[in-house]
Write a protein that binds this ligand. Structure first.
Ligand code: VGL
Ligand code: ZN
Length: 206
């Protein structure tokens, strides 16, 4: 049991697995891996992407725009996504096979209609915080292990912000899957490495 470490399980939700609105290839394959890892950690945090209907990050909220196009928001560049993880819908539910009883916190993000939230620590305006860093520090957590969906968006932004908040940070590669949009996976690993995020595998965690 890792007493001073937390497992951050990012967005393992129906919208992001096979058949979902923003399906990540092999997204459901992370579930058994994550289930094996959760009991190894004293602290487990699950996140849920939890968007309002007609969220501004949805292409459908912008006339003439297609999903996966980029546009400018007040805080910078934003990719427009298919409608996904709408509050209270099946797509927003955590995967039914995920052992959610291990979690001490389920954190919802993306609730502001105007602001996207990839990171579990900070919203995409790069200003407003979710409170997760304080939550973990008040529980004496020093290291965080990130896994879930998608490697190149919510997992990567979470890991980079975890480093910035002062945690030793690992990404458990085989407990993640990527969207990989126009080279986004390679770019994400580059950014994570530059930020001091370390890569590990579930086999190394016993
Ligand atoms: C995510 C795109 C939009 C993710 C969430 O969980 O990686 N990606 N919303
Ligand atoms: Zn989203």
């Amino acid at each position: 049991m890792r007493a001073d470490a937390a497992l951050l399980v990012i967005d393992v939700q129906n919208s992001f697995v096979e058949g979902g609105a923003l399906a990540v290839p092999q997204g459901s394959h992370v579930v058994p891996v994550v289930n094996r890892l959760m009991p190894l950690f004293a602290h487990v945090v699950l996140t849920q992407d939890w968007h309002t209907a007609q969220h501004q990050s949805f292409a459908s909220a912008h006339a003439g725009k297609q999903a996966f196009e980029k546009t400018q928001f007040f805080y910078g560049e934003q990719i427009l996504w298919p409608d996904h993880c709408v509050q209270g819908t099946h797509g927003a539910e955590l995967h039914a096979d995920l052992h959610t009883h291990h979690a001490d916190l389920i954190l919802r993000k993306g609730c502001d209609p105007q602001v996207d939230s990839y990171s579990a620590f900070m919203h995409a305006d790069r200003t407003s915080l979710t409170g997760l860093a304080s939550f973990l520090k008040e529980r004496s957590v020093r290291a965080v292990y990130c896994c879930g969906l998608a490697t190149d968006f919510c997992v990567a932004w979470t890991a980079i912000d975890a480093r910035a908040a002062g945690f030793a940070t690992y990404v458990v590669e085989d407990a993640c899957r990527a969207i990989d949009l126009n080279g986004s996976l390679a770019a994400a690993w580059h950014a994570m490495t530059n930020a001091g995020v370390q890569r590990t595998t579930s086999a190394a965690l016993t």
